[in-house]
Design a protein around this ligand. Structure first.
Ligand SMILES: Cc1cc2nc3c(=O)[nH]c(=O)nc-3n(C[C@H](O)[C@H](O)[C@H](O)COP(=O)(O)OP(=O)(O)OC[C@H]3O[C@@H](n4cnc5c(N)ncnc54)[C@H](O)[C@@H]3O)c2cc1C
Length: 313
């Protein structure tokens, strides 16, 4: 058991969590950051970021390393690879139990992000790692000169389809509607790419495999016609779902499960804040995640000042 009571513990070390840590530390709060994985968050696994102010183009991994290096200039205790078992947010001193430790804190900032939504079709879960992947950057190189499909119509789907063209000889882009909802600049770029074949008004019904994925069944939603498409891999990019399992029944969420906050990132639980992709925000991007973190760090300090529960160092 950790014998310290932290002023603030941040759960999740992605852009939102790292920004929270920076602002907490700068406010002289005794701060810790816990992640079930390495710090850095989702951007570590995708290719280039082109819309983070000040960087025309930067690799996700590089940007997040810079975030972490910045936090390292301050006295923040980092606990990567901590498997969290339970969280008690209800009392003034909040408790976090991991496999190896028990942590206590006066405030909590939740920054656990979101994960890829599943297609929920036959053959999907059984074939993860055998042709079904949710990360083009991690697995794209396995598909050199192969045929793959990306499913989805937003920015992520289109960007990842273009990324896969570096390796694959052909990329189907399957979308259930008749137009993509990605930004027009990305759609324009997609049109120039001869390796990508869009298949619109279509849904994936089944993923078929022997040892590896070999085909999918797709349905045209207008005609109802089912077609077999031969391929070697499929990458669903159909949206995200929040990592809220640990906080269920302790905190208010919206109908999709995202944590409700006010403009100061306060949640329904006293002394608990939520930032980044996990909260009910109108825009889920790195730039909004770090902005949330800044607000939450300052608000956590303000909360401790007003409740006079700041722990002395
Ligand atoms: C394919 C793809 C491409 C994208 N491209 C762009 C882009 O070009 N530009 C852009 O601005 N945004 C992009 N985004 C969105 C951007 O990645 C997110 O908005 C941003 O990462 C949100 O930061 P976050 O810190 O809230 O969450 P995350 O980055 O998801 O970080 C969450 C962290 O919490 C940890 N965690 C999860 N559960 C727990 C738990 N129970 N306990 C402790 N830790 C936990 C995770 O390990 C992770 O480190 C993209 C997203 C995807 C999926």
């Amino acid at each position: 058991m950790s014998n310290k009571i932290f002023d603030c513990i941040i759960l999740g070390g992605g852009p939102a969590g790292l920004s929270s840590a920076l602002y907490c530390a700068r406010a002289n709060l005794k701060t810790a950051i816990i992640d079930t994985s390495a710090l850095g968050g989702t951007p570590v696994n995708y290719c280039e970021i082109e819309n983070y102010l000040g960087f025309n183009k930067i690799k996700g991994f590089e940007l997040c390393s810079r975030f972490e290096e910045h936090v390292d200039l301050f006295d923040v205790e980092k606990f990567p690879y901590e498997e969290i078992e339970s969280v008690d947010l209800t009392s003034p001193i909040k408790k976090i139990k991991t496999l190896n430790n028990t942590f206590e804190a006066k405030t909590i900032i939740i920054a656990t992000g979101a994960k890829a939504k599943k297609l929920n079709v036959k053959g999907e879960i059984d074939n993860i790692g055998k042709g079904v992947s949710y990360c083009a950057v991690c697995d794209g190189a396995f598909y050199k000169d192969k045929v793959v499909a990306v499913v989805g119509g937003g920015n992520s789907a289109l960007e990842e389809a273009m990324y896969l063209c570096q390796f694959a000889k052909k990329v189907y882009l399957i979308h259930r509607r008749d137009t993509f909802r990605a930004d027009s600049i990305i759609q324009e770029r997609l049109k120039q790419n001869k390796k990508i074949e869009p298949i619109l008004n279509s849904t994936v019904e089944e993923i078929l495999a022997d040892k590896q994925v070999n085909s999918i069944r797709i349905k045209n939603v207008l005609s109802g016609k089912i077609e077999l498409l031969k391929l070697d891999g499929i990458f669903p990019y159909i949206g995200i779902t929040p990592n809220v399992e640990l906080f269920i029944n302790q905190i208010e969420t919206d109908e999709k499960g995202f944590i409700k906050t006010d403009i100061n990132m306060k949640t329904s639980a006293q002394g608990v804040f939520a930032v980044g992709d996990i909260r009910n925000t109108p825009l889920r991007q790195v730039i909004t995640a770090v902005s949330d973190g800044a607000i939450a760090g300052v608000e956590a300090a303000r909360y401790l000042m007003t409740t006079k529960e700041k722990v002395r160092r």
